[in-house]
Design a protein around this ligand. Structure first.
Ligand code: ADP
Ligand code: MG
Length: 482
C-alpha cells in the first residue's frame, strides 16, 4: 500500500529505493588476511594493503566471494560469471589508498528480487544488483582536542552493497524489505545483520510524486542504521519534499543525513559537489571468473531459506501467510516454534507464540533469543491447557508471572493452586450438591425453563471456586437434568 501525504494540492505518493550495505561475516578482510574482529585496539588489525602502502597487492578472499554468491542466489538473482573490480577514486583521511576497490559496471550479482509480506498481501521488490567493495576506516573526532584520529581496523573489510529498484512505496514497506533482507542474510550466515554495530546500514532514496505520474527527483539519506530511523527519515523527508514542491520550488538532487535526535534530515552535499569517482578497472586485480559448477555447488549448499520455510509452515501447520511470515523472520523463533508445535495443535501453539508470547516480549522490549524463555517452558504450559487441567483463560492470567518465575509448569501451577478440576467424580459431587440445594429450580428447569441451565453452571463454578472445568460441568449437568 502506498503511503500518501496529504498536501495542499492533494495526495502525494512516496517512492523509495534502498542501497543496503552489509558487512560480510568473515574472519579476514576482502583483500588481506587481517582480522575483521570488532572492538580491537585501534590499528591492530591492519595489513599493508589496508593502510595503502604502495606496492602492496590485494588478493581476493574466496570465502567472501562465496558469501556474495550465496547471497545472490538467495535473493533469486543472476550470478555473473565474470565481474570486474574497479577503483572508485576519492580522498578521505580514513581511506589511505585514495580509492576504494568496488564494482561498478560489472557487479558479481545482477537482477534479483525478494518478497515482502504487506498487510494487503505479498509484494515483489526488485533488486538491481549486489556488488562487493571494501569498507573504509574510521575517523575519530572526539578523543583529542586538536586532532582527528584514524583507526584503520575496519579498512578493507568486505561489504556487499545491495541496491533495490525504486519499488517501495511506504516507510512500512521499506522496513519490511530491510527485515526480510536481514533474515535472509542471517539465515545463510553471510552477514550478522547487526545494525547497531553498523554491520547492516542503508542509504535511503526518497522522492514524491502525484499518483500515476512520472517519478520525481530523489534525495538520498546516507547511512541510516536502524529500521525505526529508516521509517522516521522517510516520513520527514517525504513531507519536506511535498512542502518544497507545493511552495513552487524544485527538489534538488542531493545527499542528506538523518539526525535521530531532531528527527530531521539535513543537507550533506548537493549534486554539484558530488564526486566524480573516475572509476577504472583495478590493474592489480584480474577479472573475477566464477564457473557454472561453482555456482551449482554453492546452490546445493544453501540452507532452507526464509521463504521456503514460510511455504512449508503454511502447508505443514496450516498457518496463515501472516503468521508464517512472522514465525520465519528469525531462525531462533522458527526453531522455537517447531519445538513447541511438535505433537501439539498448531493453531493453539501459533496463538500462544505469536500473540501472547510476542506481546510479552514486546512489552518488556526483549528478543526471544535474549530471554531465558525456553520452548520447553511454553510447551509445559500448553500441555496443561490441552489436557484441560487449566483453562485458556486461567493460562492467560498466569502467563506473565509464569514467564517471570523460574519454575516449570508443574511446580508453578501447583504453587498457584490453579489446577482445573476435570475429574468427573469430583465435578459430579459438586453438581449433586447444587441440585440438592435448589429443588425448586430443578423442577422449573424440567418444566421448560431452559434458561436455568446457566444458573446451575454458575453455582457449580462458584462451589468449585472457579476451578471446575466448564466443559466437564456442562456435560455432566446435561446428563443429570435430562
Ligand atoms: P547512486 O550511486 O547515484 O546512489 P544507484 O544506482 O547506486 O545510484 O542507486 C540509486 C538508488 O536510488 C536505487 O536504490 C534506486 O532504486 C533509487 N532510485 C532511483 N530513482 C529514484 C527515485 N526517483 N525515487 C526514489 N528512489 C529512486
Ligand atoms: Mg547511492
Amino acid at each position: 500500500m502506498s503511503f500518501f501525504i496529504e498536501g495542499d494540492t492533494g495526495k502525494w505518493e512516496v517512492v523509495l529505493g534502498l542501497e543496503v550495505h552489509a558487512q560480510i561475516k568473515s574472519n579476514s578482510k576482502l583483500f588481506s588476511t587481517a582480522s575483521t574482529e570488532w572492538g580491537g585496539d585501534p590499528n591492530t588489525h591492519v595489513e599493508l594493503v589496508d593502510c595503502g602502502m604502495p606496492g602492496a597487492l590485494p588478493v581476493i578472499n574466496e570465502f567472501c566471494v562465496n558469501q556474495a554468491i550465496l547471497t545472490g542466489l538467495s535473493i533469486n538473482a543472476k550470478i555473473n560469471e565474470k565481474s570486474i573490480f574497479d577503483r572508485k577514486n576519492y580522498f578521505y583521511p580514513d581511506l589511505p589508498q585514495g580509492y576504494q576497490i568496488s564494482q561498478f559496471e560489472f557487479p558479481i550479482v545482477g537482477n534479483g528480487f525478494l518478497m515482502i509480506q504487506t498487510k494487503e498481501g505479498e509484494k515483489r521488490i526488485g533488486i538491481t544488483r549486489l556488488h562487493l567493495e571494501q569498507d573504509a576506516g574510521k575517523s575519530i573526532h572526539d578523543q583529542d582536542i586538536k586532532n582527528t584520529l584514524i583507526d584503520l581496523n575496519r579498512s578493507g573489510c568486505a561489504l556487499m552493497e545491495i541496491v533495490s529498484e525504486p519499488d517501495l512505496r511506504s516507510p512500512e514497506e521499506a522496513a519490511l524489505y530491510v527485515k526480510k533482507l536481514r533474515s535472509i542474510l542471517r539465515c545463510i550466515g553471510s552477514c550478522d545483520g547487526n545494525m547497531e554495530k553498523g554491520n547492516l546500514r542503508a542509504d535511503v532514496n526518497v522522492s514524491v510524486r502525484k499518483p500515476d505520474s512520472e517519478m520525481g527527483t530523489r534525495c538520498e539519506i546516507k547511512n541510516v542504521n536502524s529500521i525505526k530511523f529508516i521509517q522516521k527519515a522517510i516520513e520527514y523527508e517525504a513531507r519536506r519534499q511535498v512542502e518544497i514542491i507545493e511552495s513552487g520550488k524544485k527538489i534538488i538532487q542531493e545527499t542528506r543525513l538523518f539526525d535521530p535526535n531532531k528527527g530531521e534530515t539535513r543537507s550533506m552535499r548537493g549534486k554539484e559537489e558530488s564526486h566524480d569517482y573516475r572509476y577504472f578497472p583495478d590493474p592489480d586485480l584480474p577479472p573475477l571468473i566464477i564457473s557454472k559448477e561453482k555456482i551449482e555447488e554453492l546452490k546445493r549448499s544453501l540452507p532452507e531459506l526464509p521463504d521456503e520455510k514460510k511455504s512449508r509452515f503454511i502447508s505443514e501447520y496450516s498457518l496463515t501467510d501472516y503468521d508464517a511470515e512472522v514465525l520465519t523472520d528469525d531462525q531462533y523463533v522458527s526453531d522455537f516454534f517447531e519445538e513447541v508445535v511438535k505433537n501439539r495443535d498448531s493453531k493453539l501453539v501459533v496463538s500462544w507464540i505469536s500473540v501472547e508470547l510476542f506481546s510479552y516480549l514486546k512489552k518488556n522490549s526483549i528478543e526471544l533469543s535474549e530471554s531465558k524463555i525456553t520452548s520447553k517452558k511454553i510447551a509445559g504450559l500448553l500441555d496443561y491447557i490441552i489436557s484441560g487441567k487449566i483453562s485458556n483463560r486461567q493460562a492467560k492470567e498466569l502467563f506473565e508471572p509464569y514467564l517471570k518465575s523460574n519454575l516449570e509448569a508443574k511446580d508453578f501451577i501447583e504453587k498457584m493452586g490453579v489446577e482445573q478440576v476435570s475429574d468427573e467424580g469430583e465435578v459430579e459431587g459438586l453438581i449433586n450438591r447444587v441440585l440438592q440445594e435448589n429443588p425448586k429450580m430443578v423442577e422449573d428447569y424440567k418444566n421448560g425453563k431452559d434458561k436455568l441451565f446457566g444458573f446451575f453452571v454458575g453455582q457449580v463454578m462458584k462451589e468449585s471456586k472457579g476451578k471446575a472445568n466448564p466443559q466437564v460441568v456442562n456435560k455432566i449437568l446435561k446428563d443429570k437434568l435430562t
